[in-house]
Design a protein around this ligand. Structure first.
Ligand code: PFF
Length: 368
């Protein structure tokens, strides 16, 4: 059997891998995009199409990507080269891995900007600025933020630096530690917010907005939106899940892991939607999409509610955690490629678990 260049690192358990992959999947897409596109494109009818896209297309691709990573056991570029080598295919396949490295960095370039604004909003919320804020003040605040390049650069750089530091510390000392803290935190915050949402008196309206099926609104465009979102929300088609799959041991079940990732990602998106719309409807505000909903409508809504300072700050902390755990995964393909193929970031050389290196080892001989 020929020797392959394989990574020396692995997840310490299947649960940690699932949490990291769920962390990648759950992000801004779940919190600011899914609830709105669901409500706007036929509610329950859209959710049904979305679930079909997730199950029929998303799940098999997710599984395949993790399987490619686990078989290749290296960063996406090297993993594809390893798999191609094992199956006597062209080395050109490694270009697919390189595509993942590049695409991850491109998405990261805007993702960290929004994550930076979320951090700024968390700090602003804790300072009590949103209490009793008017709609004009909320609009002015957001416009001032996005019109201030130095402030944006500061928050964006902070998030990027944090992301690089975590990932460059390696799987067990960096990624796992961050994930072990962020994912349970994210889930607890979401459950607290969900409980709070049920007390607003508008939980039922929120459920109706998201789930009442209106098949007249379900166009082909809506089907494409559902399909595109299924790819984005599951972090597939980019090499991210391949990069995470590279650290999965052969004795872990990737089918079970993939099902968990899909179920958790979908449940969290649905819960986030119910929280957001309960708060928005409770204040007689209009549900909108993207930055407007997150950074203008929600501060007004929380600012007018009893306990709004606390729950608003918790909400922005949730957005920050979701964005950070996705940002980490967006940069992992590039960082692992730089570490393993170029020796950049690698703290030590050798078989030390802190070192993300490649060693020559026999491959597994099979692809899946
Ligand atoms: N899945 C993330 C979200 O829903 O916000 C975004 C994302 C992360 C897309 C990682 C792609 C990726 F590789």
């Amino acid at each position: 059997m020929s020797l392959l260049k394989l990574s020396t690192q692995s997840w310490s358990s299947q649960t940690v891998f699932i949490m990291a992959a769920v962390g990648s999947a759950v992000g801004l897409g779940n919190i600011w995009k899914f609830p709105y596109i669901a409500g706007d494109n036929g509610g329950g009818a859209f959710v049904l199409v979305y679930l079909a896209c997730i199950l029929i297309i998303g799940l098999p691709i997710l599984l395949s990507e993790i399987a490619l990573g686990r078989t290749g056991q290296a960063n996406p570029v090297q993993a594809m080269a390893n798999v191609a080598h094992e199956s006597d295919a062209s080395r050109v396949w490694s270009g697919l891995g390189f595509n993942g490295v590049l695409a991850g960095l491109l998405i990261l370039s805007f993702y960290t900007v929004i994550a930076g604004i979320a951090v700024a909003y968390f700090v602003t919320s804790v300072q009590g600025v949103f209490v009793d804020i008017t709609s004009q003040q909320a609009q002015d605040l957001f416009e001032a933020k996005v019109a201030s390049p130095w402030e944006l650069l500061f928050w964006h750089s902070l998030v990027t630096l944090f992301t690089i530091v975590i990932v460059s510390k390696g799987i067990r000392s960096g990624l796992e530690k961050a994930i072990n803290f962020m994912m349970p935190g994210l889930l607890i915050i979401l459950l607290v917010l969900l409980a709070y949402a049920t007390t607003t008196g508008f939980f039922g309206q929120s459920v109706a907005f998201m789930f009442t099926p209106d098949f007249s609104k379900l166009s082909w465009e809506a089907v494409l939106i559902a399909l595109g979102h299924a790819f984005f929300t599951l972090s597939i088609g980019l090499g991210t899940m391949m990069a995470y799959g590279a650290y999965v041991n052969q004795n872990m079940s990737i089918v079970k892991a993939s099902v968990w990732i899909v179920v958790m990602d979908t449940l969290i998106a649905l819960m986030a939607g119910l929280v957001i719309f309960s708060v928005v409807f409770a204040n007689d505000l209009a549900p909108g999409a993207g930055p407007g909903l997150l950074f203008q409508t929600l501060p007004i809504a929380f600012g007018q509610m009893v306990g709004g300072w606390f729950f608003g700050s918790l909400f922005f902390l949730l957005v920050v955690m979701a964005a950070l755990s996705s940002a980490i995964s967006l940069i992992e393909p590039a960082v692992s490629w730089f570490e393993q193929n170029w020796g950049i970031f690698a703290p030590k050389i050798g078989l030390d678990l802190g070192c993300n290196c490649l060693v020559d080892r026999p491959g597994y001989g099979t692809i899946l």
